[in-house]
Design a binder for this molecule. Structure first.
Ligand SMILES: [Zn+2]
Length: 464
């Protein structure tokens, strides 16, 4: 298997690398997240996820426990009833975080658990015992489901089991066998899944929306777009490096690094302004599921940990927002929400922005990876918007005999409005997404306002 750190990162797969690492931090910090990767065949989704098994950090468990019991908080039928003294005396071991796979053709018995025939036919000590399946064995670890859309299509019973396992945190798994009491176990797992929505049987959201919503994040996988990326992927040196010791060491180092970041997670603070804005977005856009909000919050905390930050910033929120929302709302709505979040970020970072500017047309997917660039262009944009507002303001002044100023133009984001006091109820075209007119460019002053501003779909490809 290819080592994780030897895989080439490019614009099409970097989101998956990011969420794979967030997921491992989350698991170590006791905040597991479920990640679904959608993309065409041959884009390397499963390769990246499987390669992650090479950097998984260690965890401590009760020695030889097949349910991967935490010595501090045992949960399996064998260890849950141990007294504190017995637990103190129990032997422990360091093992890699479990990484197990469920195929779309798996059987319920192998996923959930079954009667342990070996134990039952033991001549010295025959006993009816349970053999845990993939899910209970993966407790405190990762379960990979390749082609989850096919599983959802052909195995509704297994899908129900996955719904239970992912429904709450921790989830649950129930093992039932004739002649044995039913065992229900808590399940702390991260589910990683892949699917190709363009192939039969279609997208997971269409087959089983409920299961699609159980995923905190949906990552979109793309192909490499640059020749040099492809050359790097095809490079024979890389093939060699992949099996070299240094690369394996790099994987181990990454695992240790992520485990250290996980220890910081409990100390990371989220500014109340960010939480408030996210709650407002939730209400304003009528999100169907509260999971979206929880995913945004958890993802932002993990992203802050990944960047060694003590406090969540808008950059952290924006880096997880597309994946937290894209499987829950329409692409148009996603664009609008990302623009609103960008606006909140700018208001927070530069309060002067709130006083003199407004909605910023921004290619949604550019998000914050280019925040430095955004800051650089901000002063230019601020000047432009100040001029634009003064233009609108003076028109309004004429209409309202000089009572209006730029401060009550109702064009600021909500948090800005809070800061600036009550605003008027007029709707303002500047609250709408701006798009470049498709016609040949003309000086702004020559344009009618309806030529410059349209309401409706934002064509990202036309904006730079
Ligand atoms: Zn145990």
């Amino acid at each position: 298997m290819r080592s994780y750190t030897s895989l080439i990162r490019h614009e099409g797969n970097q989101e998956l690398f990011f969420f794979t690492e967030l997921s491992v931090i989350g698991l170590k910090a006791g905040m597991p997240i479920h990640v679904h990767v959608e993309g065409l065949r041959g884009t390397g989704k499963t390769t990246i996820l499987r390669a992650a098994s090479s950097f998984l950090p260690q965890s401590v468990r009760i020695k030889d426990c097949r349910f991967n019991c935490d010595p501090v908080k045992p949960h399996c039928p064998q260890h849950i009833l141990l007294s504190k003294e017995q637990l103190d005396a129990v032997e422990t071991e360091q093992v890699k975080i479990p990484f197990l796979e469920i195929s779309h053709a798996a059987k319920i018995g192998t996923v959930v658990g079954t009667l342990d025939l070996k134990q039952l036919t033991n001549k010295k000590e025959p006993e009816a015992a349970l053999l845990p399946g993939t899910l209970p064995q993966a407790h405190r670890g990762i379960v990979l489901v390749d082609e989850i859309n096919r599983l959802a299509d052909t195995a509704p019973e297994l899908t129900d089991i996955m719904l239970d396992a992912m429904g709450t945190k921790p989830g649950r798994v129930q093992i039932e066998e004739n002649g044995l009491p039913t065992v229900s176990l808590p399940l702390q797992i991260s589910v990683w899944a892949t699917s190709n929505p363009d192939e039969d049987p279609g997208s997971l959201a269409d087959i089983r929306r409920q299961l699609s919503d159980r995923f905190d994040f949906t990552v979109q996988m793309g192909r490499p777009k640059e020749v040099r990326t492809l050359l790097a992927i095809l490079s024979p040196e890389l093939e060699l490096a992949a099996i070299q010791k240094t690369v394996v060491e790099a994987d181990i180092l990454l695992g240790q690094h992520l485990a250290e970041m996980a220890e910081q997670v409990g100390r990371i603070k989220i500014p109340s302004g960010i939480l408030e804005s996210l709650a407002e977005v939730y209400i304003k856009h009528h999100f169907e599921s509260l999971r979206s909000l929880e995913a945004l919050k958890t993802g932002a905390v993990l992203a802050a940990a990944r960047r060694n930050r003590q406090q969540v910033t808008w950059d952290d929120v924006l880096s997880v927002a597309p994946a937290a929302l894209r499987h829950r709302i329409s692409p148009d709505e996603l664009t609008v929400i990302l623009q609103e979040l960008q606006r909140e970020k700018r208001v927070t970072e530069n309060p002067a922005w709130a006083a003199g500017s407004s909605a910023l047309p921004e290619k949604a997917s550019q998000s914050t990876r280019k925040s430095g660039q955004s800051k650089r262009s901000l002063s230019w944009w601020s000047r432009f918007m100040a001029w634009w507002n003064s233009l609108l303001g003076s028109r309004r002044d004429n209409r309202q005999q000089g009572t209006a100023s730029t401060k009550d133009t109702d064009i600021q984001s909500k948090s800005a409005r809070r800061k600036l006091g009550p605003s008027t109820k007029r709707s303002n075209p500047l609250d709408m997404p701006l798009v470049t007119p498709p016609a040949v460019a003309r000086p702004l002053l020559e344009l009618d306002i309806s030529d410059a501003i349209t309401v409706g779909e934002v064509d990202n490809d036309h904006k730079k």
